[in-house]
Design a binder for this molecule. Structure first.
Ligand code: GDP
Ligand code: MG
Length: 444
């Protein structure tokens, strides 16, 4: 893991105010290794490191950052920047044309073209409310046509039949004609792929492109290809005016270096990623997350997301209805605090963040907040169920008993009650899912 490796180097250069040739050389070597380990192609690594070095030199190390943290931050931003490109096309398809908008899929056999057609059909129908027709020009494998029919029907789109005795260009022309006459918004054209780059295949897909004049020509590439992704991308980029890339099988353990290579080599925007075989396994490409993944920080954002999902929506809704009926009591308050701790607490979450992110959210503050959460729970635990349900019962004697039970001062019990009251008032203004988030931010 890059962060681990770097932290060793970082220790030796504390207290330096600028990134210099000398203090970055060793770290740049580590970053180079990390990129190669993530399967970024060598020429791409070289040119990236040049860029990074150029930008790093003379960069001021601000605030409490160490030069190492500053450099890792710079690298992360640089990688994300390269992959993001100039326009925000990720998760989008260009359909701005006289319908039907034709989308042509290109890529090697097994890249995930047919699967991606199904996923895109689902996306276009459900998210974009489009009428979608699919067609297969893969006349080399009967199973490939059937496979497209299956996934198309699975997502509820329409399938234009074809068979292995037809020519790809004839199939395409017939499908386009059908799509026009039946007012389809989008025609998704699946094509054949070979195991390697093959001249005849390139000619065939070039001809298809010329006949169909697609508004999108999507290059589908398997993230597991690693270093080889570069050559494939080059070949398809030279043969076709690609408009976007779909990187598949990112649910595997590849580090995603192919994303960087393909983007750097073709300059074509990365639009979607495939994250499962299932039809809902398609996501918008996210440059920052991919940069983190490539640098070995990939689990971090997933972790944060997971933590957010752990806030039980159903429970939050139950609470919301309790609140609107005025029944939110200290017992519920305690449950919310417990839920936050289940997430591992704020401080432990921050521990898992890359240093340059964690330093933004001061860790000391967070661990103080965690300790406080624990004490608050302790206080509520020392109450009887009746007291929890009716905080107004809490007069001086009871408060002393509770404070003693929780090992705190009476003032702390008072503070908790004041906080609870304040929260109760605030929470009355919120409903449903919003609430959990409000509570988390209040406690932090
Ligand atoms: P094609 O030859 O390019 O049409 O590739 P297919 O769509 O037939 O996919 C080849 C294999 O990869 C199939 O077994 C798919 O289920 C699988 N596949 C495609 N995309 C993904 C993905 O994003 N994740 C996973 N795990 N498998 C995928
Ligand atoms: Mg296929």
């Amino acid at each position: 893991n890059l962060t681990d490796r770097l932290s060793r180097v970082v220790k030796t250069m504390r207290g330096q105010a600028r990134l210099t040739e000398a203090n970055t050389a060793e770290m740049l070597r580590e970053i180079r290794l990390a990129l190669l380990e993530a399967d970024v192609a060598l020429p791409v690594v070289k040119s990236l490191l040049e860029q990074i070095k150029f930008k790093a030199l003379g960069e001021e190390v601000v605030g409490s950052l160490s030069p190492g943290q500053a450099l890792v931050g710079l690298v992360q931003r640089e990688l994300a920047q390269v992959m993001r490109g100039d326009t925000a096309q990720s998760g989008e398809l260009n359909l701005a044309t006289q319908p039907p908008a034709v989308i042509l899929m290109a890529g090697l056999q097994g890249a995930g073209k047919t699967t991606s057609v199904g996923k895109l059909a689902k996306f276009l129908q459900e998210k974009k409310k489009k009428k979608v027709l699919t067609v297969s020009c893969d006349v080399y494998r009967p199973a490939a046509i059937e496979q497209l029919e299956t996934v198309t029907k699975q997502v509820g789109a329409e399938f234009f039949p074809s068979n292995i005795n037809q020519k790809p260009s004839e199939i395409a022309a017939a499908a386009l004609d059908w799509a026009r006459r039946h007012y389809f918004d989008v025609l998704l054209v699946d094509t054949a792929g070979r195991l390697g780059i093959d001249e005849a295949l390139m000619q065939e897909i070039k001809a298809l492109h010329a006949n169909l004049n697609p508004i999108e020509t999507l290059f589908v590439v398997d993230a597991m290809l690693g270093q080889d992704a570069v050559n494939t991308a080059k070949a398809f980029h030279e043969a076709l005016p690609l408009t976007g890339v779909i990187l598949t099988k990112l649910d595997g353990d590849s580090r995603g270096g192919a994303a960087l290579s393909v983007r750097q080599i073709t300059g074509v925007p990365l639009k979607f990623i495939g994250v499962a075989e299932k039809m809902d396994g398609l996501e918008a490409f996210d440059a920052d997350r991919m940069a983190n993944r490539i640098l070995g920080m990939g689990d971090i954002l997933a972790l944060v997301e997971q933590a957010q999902q752990n806030v039980d929506v159903a429970q939050a809704e139950k609470l919301a209805s309790k609140i609107s009926k005025g029944g939110f009591d200290l017992g519920d308050f305690r449950d919310q605090l417990a839920q936050m701790q289940q997430m591992g607490g704020m401080a432990s979450l921050m521990d898992k963040l890359p240093s340059h992110m964690a330093q933004a959210a001061s860790k000391t503050n967070l661990s103080v907040a965690d300790k406080q959460t624990k004490r608050m729970r302790g206080i509520i635990d020392s109450m009887t169920p009746k007291e929890r349900a009716k905080p107004e019962l809490l007069k001086a004697t009871r408060k002393r008993r509770i404070a003693a039970g929780a090992g705190v001062e009476v003032q702390e019990v008072n503070r908790l009650l004041a906080q609870f009251e304040q929260m109760q008032t605030m929470m009355k203004q919120f409903k449903g899912g919003k609430m959990a988030r409000t509570m988390a931010s209040m406690a932090a």
